[in-house]
Design a protein around this ligand. Structure first.
Ligand SMILES: [Fe+2]
Length: 314
């Protein structure tokens, strides 16, 4: 099609897309083209701004490696990851869901651990925490025999795979729900942590005066054939960054009650003074149990990464 004016460009591209034999490809790409063209019109994008946007997108790819994915990081920082999660869970966005983002650090083959066991596998500072979690189906019935992977940061804000001071698989474990759909374990309370600022995500946050912190959380992954595999994160109710999570991951259903106990009898005799408890319930939906490709396969070598923290402007 020979184009007469700016309106006809969109028509020409949509017309060519209609040739694609895959209905889903046509649907996705036609919507993408309509919205991209509408975006350029709405924003009155200049040529210089368009070239700048292309450079940013190229940089996202150039910075992505085996151990760092700048594309996923910016999708989270723009709320797109959270939106896609909420659209696809909770009866396709109709109800609350305990599903949440997978995050970059799930590892396959976490050590199988008995209920009540500890996932502290090398000396790790921090306040002890005792976690109870229950898994139910959409009708409220306990789900027995679900595998529940758990992983979180140390009190310094590092996952074991980032940290040569922690043993392999420290603060990770795989549990199985009992007939009440229940698992329990002992660990140390995790800390929040900053996301990396080395690329376009850093520029995006600085341009808005945002900080780069995720509030403290524990990750869960619940797997049982017959149910959609659920990734979740349970955020610490006392974290100062709940309202401003840089990845927009905090939902009402996932603010966990991390209860501080001071001097009360703990569930383990060796714990004196302060300790936390966390009780949380998950609901999983009927569907296909699939495991994604793990985003990482082992520990990084070398030093801990430097933690660079941006302050949120007033
Ligand atoms: Fe995390």
């Amino acid at each position: 099609m020979i184009i007469s004016n700016q309106h006809e460009v969109t028509e020409a591209v949509l017309s060519e897309l209609s040739r694609a034999p895959s209905a889903r490809f046509r649907e996705i790409m036609s919507a993408a083209v309509r919205h991209l063209h509408a975006f350029a019109r709405d924003a009155r994008l200049t040529e210089a701004e368009f070239h700048q946007a292309c450079a940013v997108i190229a940089k996202l790819g150039q910075l992505s490696t085996e151990s760092h994915n700048e594309v996923v990081l910016i999708a989270g920082s723009l709320g797109l990851s959270s939106l896609v999660c909420l659209l696809n869970n909770g009866d396709n966005g109709q109800t609350d869901t305990t599903a949440n983002l997978m995050g970059p650090f799930w590892r396959m083959d976490s050590p199988r651990t008995d209920n009540g066991g500890s996932i502290v596998r090398s000396p790790t500072s921090g306040t002890p925490i005792f976690v109870n979690a229950w898994v139910r189906d959409s009708d409220g019935r306990p789900v027995e025999g679900a595998e529940v992977d758990v992983w979180h940061t140390s009190s310094d804000g590092f996952y074991e795979n980032q940290d040569p001071e922690q043993a392999d698989m420290n603060l990770r474990g795989k549990f199985t729900t009992d007939s009440d759909g229940h698992i329990s374990f002992r660990s140390v309370k995790p800390a929040g942590y900053p996301i990396p600022l080395s690329g376009p995500v850093g520029e995006l946050l600085r341009a808005q005066g945002r900080h780069n912190m995720r509030p403290a959380h524990i990750h869960f992954m619940i797997y049982k054939p017959g149910f959609k595999t659920q990734f979740s994160q349970v955020y610490s109710s006392d974290d100062p960054n709940l309202e401003t999570d840089v990845q927009f991951g905090v939902t009402r259903a996932l603010v966990g009650q991390y209860v501080l106990h001071d001097g009360e009898q703990a569930p383990a005799d060796d714990v004196r003074g302060k300790w936390y408890s966390l009780d949380h319930h998950f609901v999983i939906e009927a569907g296909e149990a699939k495991l994604p490709k793990p985003p990482i396969t082992g520990k990084a070598s070398g030093e801990r990464p430097a933690q660079v923290i941006l302050e949120r402007t007033a």
